[in-house]
Design a binder for this molecule. Sequence first.
Ligand SMILES: Nc1ncnc2c1ncn2[C@@H]1O[C@H](COP(=O)(O)OP(=O)(O)OP(=O)(O)O)[C@@H](O)[C@H]1O
Ligand SMILES: [Mg+2]
Length: 408
Amino acid sequence: MVTVALDAVHNLGGSAAPGAGARAQVHIARLNLTNFRSYAALRLDTGPAPVVLTGANGAGKTNLLEALSFLAPGRGLRRAALPDVARLHSGTAAAGWAVAARVEASGRSVALGTGLEANAAGAARRAVRVDGQPARGQSAFAEQVSMVWLTPEMDRLFMGGGGGRRRFLDRMVYGFDPEHARRIAVYEQAMRGRQKLLRDGAGDSAWLTAEEETMAGTGIAISVARLEIATRLDAAIAAEAGARVRHFPAAALAFEGEVESWLADGPALEAEDRLRETLAAARARDADAGRALHGPHRSDLVVHNQDKDMAASLCSTGEQKALLIAIVLAHAHLLVLSRAAAPILLLDEVAAHLDADRRAALAERIIALGAQAWLTGTDRQLFEAFGAHAQIFEVNAGTAVPIKGDSP
Ligand SMILES: Nc1ncnc2c1ncn2[C@@H]1O[C@H](COP(=O)(O)OP(=O)(O)OP(=O)(O)O)[C@@H](O)[C@H]1O
Ligand SMILES: [Mg+2]
């Protein structure tokens, strides 16, 4: 709802209590799905409280979170190809799909919609709408709502390639700087354009220069924003590290790479010149490699478990999950402090990995943040710690039915 420049992050202190100040309570008030995976048609009305989705394996819990995740920039939490999420029925896929939501904050309301639609020529394309009007791009969603997720696939986030870690950090940046999503789209488009020119052996260096100019300008802005948020998250977690009772590990974050080392050396404008010159000098090597070997897409989020003095990648599965939760909670806390609104959290099967103490601590933090967290699990008992604070739905065969009463 509120557009705040990245500068607002500078004003963050570490001292305010979680949830201090006026709350905008950004939440999904209504969700409508049409032909989305296992859902032919679904309408779900929800209040600002945390939402718990329970149901058997294959009931459609993750599909519902995935649908919500399409209301953030990108391809959703499974990174699916757009036609793949269209509902398959009797072996036939629906021609299109749609996810629509009414987002509310402090009495203001906005309608977000996306999906795969056939245009006049019959070709399928992604639609992005805000209040019924076509939006300039997916960054329009980031201006309205901040969304961060944790999924079982992310249990290997610290082990796999840097792309997953960059996307995880980028989702957190969107909450402070929605333009970050557009810059990434522009950077990636320029990088693909440059690579195509190199592949085609185009001697037209004016075109190459133009693409490299775009990569340098947007690339440095991307790195600056990532560095800023990684540093703020690191400081926020460090500020809490001395707390008497702490259920999630102290994660140290750093965003590292060639471009970031240039930014540490001198002003951003100099780094921009350096990236432009480096790209120009690397054309032959990049043509051979089939990809750009320099730029912010090569940098990485490095996480260290301070409690164990161990790289995140060397920690146990449960410890890595706890590190991710610590980071997501710190991010939500920072957003509450700076924008007075917690992000929407999509936590797929997170509770199942936590012991009872940590489950209780997670519930307590989510409630204190005032975040509309969407949590899934096969077993209702896992969410007992939310008491009467959660809205519980039983998911089954394309439906989600509210469960009355708060004791399982
Ligand atoms: N395009 C599609 N069309 C129809 N059904 C689909 C499509 N894609 C996936 N499904 C089905 O949706 C069902 C629900 O999947 P989902 O991942 O949401 O289950 P879940 O409730 O999260 O289960 P689990 O507890 O095992 O994680 C699965 O049976 C899956 O096969
Ligand atoms: Mg699931």
